[in-house]
Design a protein around this ligand. Structure first.
Ligand code: PLP
Ligand code: COI
Length: 340
């Protein structure tokens, strides 16, 4: 492939890499898995994924560190979350140790497109699984494919760390309730209308509320929320219907244990966000993206203390998290997997 990539100006898009990892499940077991140069998937017209969206995915990144290593951030947690998604969707679990081995293999095979340290870009990994054989009654497939592809990416939101604007949509993200912990294609497909509508109206993303009462803050289409209150407490919504973000878990740990800040994971009422000083979106893709304002039907319901720059505490969190990921700051035990 063309390696003349302009790392500093990459957006969050798909660039086809040379190798991807593939393993097939048939007759009740996973095969040994291979690296392939074929980026296309050929499946039956009645495959479980096409008819009943039996599919789930993960997202993690490989980083080139200050001292030239290539590392992944907490891939064990992605392995575990994918196993949880699979169980919820009646799909066979891809063993967690094999998930980590596959991550290692696919990063190594594509090592020349892990962006350079300091470029602002990273290598995004997309593990996913789908029901591949024909089903026509509503039931699980019996054959599955697990794959991981990689693509170099820049910032998720255009403008990098420039604060973005959200709005509260009229519609909920996901019709099926109780599936928020599952990182599955159908959940995301159900959010596409809200996202396109937000973009058409000039907003970067949606602030989804709990669909039962529409009084509590949940998450956005691809990231969790972190808020900072006037007294400097780092607050994140507690909810059973949001995706349990690995970035958020890590940031809350960093806030408490590395920065000595007070932290709270609790229900966050949409009515109270006007009193917060900072708001940011966290996730593998979003990293920690500051939010300038949140609008609900033309009314500002949150305006950051500084609408032009990342807030003071958000910046500390961002610098510490990315410092750990890029090898500038010592990581808590077990957070960094060196690819060798
Ligand atoms: N919430 C949603 C809906 C997401 O798609 C993601 C991204 O994976 C997150 C939150 C953040 O999760 P993580 O930090 O594990 O990437
Ligand atoms: C991620 O951060 O990995 C996500 O899944 C967010 C989005 C790109 C779906």
């Amino acid at each position: 492939m063309d390696k003349n990539i302009d790392w500093a100006n990459l957006g969050f898009g798909y660039i086809q890499s040379e190798y991807r990892y593939i393993s097939n499940f048939k007759d009740g077991k996973w095969d040994d898995g291979v690296l392939s140069t074929d980026a296309n998937v050929t499946i039956n017209e009645s495959a479980g994924v096409l008819q009943y969206a039996q599919t789930c995915f993960e997202g993690l990144k490989a980083y080139r560190t200050k001292d030239g290593n290539v590392v992944c951030f907490r891939p064990d947690l992605n392995a575990k979350r994918m196993a949880d998604s699979c169980r919820r969707l009646e799909m066979p679990v891809f063993p967690e140790d094999r998930f980590i081995e596959a991550v290692e293999k696919v990063v190594k095979a594509n090592i020349d497109i892990v962006p350079p340290y300091g470029s602002g870009a990273t290598l995004y990994l997309r593990p996913y699984m789908f029901g591949s054989n024909a089903v026509i009654g509503v039931k699980p497939a019996t054959e599955y494919q697990f794959r991981i592809f990689v693509t170099p990416v820049g910032p998720y939101f255009k403008g990098g760390v420039k604060p973005i604007t959200l709005r509260v949509p009229d519609f909920d993200r996901a019709a099926p309730r109780g599936t928020g912990h599952v990182k599955a294609g159908l959940n995301y497909a159900m959010s596409l209308h809200a996202i396109v509508d937000a973009h058409n109206q000039g907003y970067n993303e949606n602030m989804y509320l709990d669909s039962a009462t529409r009084t509590k803050v949940e998450e956005t289409g691809g990231a969790n929320f972190i808020f900072v209150s006037k007294d400097g407490t780092v607050i994140t919504p507690k909810s059973d219907t949001i995706l349990p973000s690995i970035t958020r878990r890590s940031l809350m740990y960093v806030a408490e244990h590395c920065l000595g800040l007070k932290t709270e994971e609790r229900e966050v009422l949409v009515d109270e966000i006007k009193d917060f000083t900072e708001c940011a979106l966290c996730g593998t893709a979003a990293v920690l993206s500051p939010v300038a304002r949140v609008v609900d039907h033309s009314k500002d319901i949150f305006v950051a203390k500084d609408t032009e720059n990342m807030g003071e505490i958000t910046k500390k969190l961002y610098d510490t998290l990315t410092g750990i990921q890029m090898g500038r700051i010592e990581a808590p035990n077990g957070w960094i997997k060196v690819i060798q």
